[in-house]
Design a protein around this ligand. Structure first.
Ligand SMILES: [Zn+2]
Length: 196
């Protein structure tokens, strides 16, 4: 199988890649630091670390989502930065939502079923993800702004497979790049416009 086409192998090797998980956690550490340096997005107040428990299903043993709280009296609001690990409120890790949704467009149904069952994802969940990529995601302001940078243009009907192939995610650093690209939509405030 060509490396630039869809492969169950690269999906599974990413899902078993502990170094990938460590790298993503480190990138999230950088993202929370960047957000902290910028100050509270409501009042510019000083931010303090205030992580919260979040254990994604289907692989990585992450336990907390990195987050911040404003220290200014009268604000004290939570500022949760973008993440390359958590995709909004999805209960599965972001890389699983991306990779397994992509597989659905590229592999025979029997192989998708095996992959899905190995990760404990029920059929309805995968169908919901599919509808989300083809609906809310491709119609979002985020994607309308971002899509122009892809040449040739990506075909919406095969999202997110077309996105994965464009980023060449069979290579670990390229998968991290794709998750970084998606990071702006992972904050609670951005996610509320994209949920579904
Ligand atoms: Zn504040």
């Amino acid at each position: 199988m060509s490396k630039t086409s869809i492969g169950e192998d690269w999906c599974q090797s990413h899902l078993a890649d502990q170094r990938l998980y460590q790298l993503l956690e480190k990138v999230d550490g950088d993202l929370v630091q960047e957000a902290r340096d910028q100050g509270c997005r409501h009042c510019q107040g000083k931010l303090y670390r205030s992580d919260y428990a979040r254990k994604p299903r289907g692989g990585p043993l992450w336990e907390v989502r990195f987050s911040l709280c404003c220290g200014r009296e009268g604000c004290r609001r939570r500022n949760t930065p973008p993440s390359v690990r958590f995709l909004g409120r999805r209960v599965y890790a972001g890389l699983i939502v991306v990779l397994v949704s992509a597989m659905r467009h590229g592999l025979k149904p029997e192989r998708v079923r095996r992959l899905r069952q190995a990760l404990g994802i029920d059929r309805r969940t995968l169908e919901r993800w599919r509808q989300w990529w083809l609906g809310r995601f491709v119609e979002s302001a985020f994607w309308r702004d971002a899509r122009a940078r892809f040449l040739p243009p990506l075909a919406p009907p095969t999202m997110p497979l077309s996105l994965c192939l464009s980023f060449a995610v069979h290579e670990r650093p390229r998968l991290v790049d794709l998750l970084r690209f998606l990071a702006p939509i992972t904050t609670p405030s951005a996610w509320s416009a994209l949920a579904g």
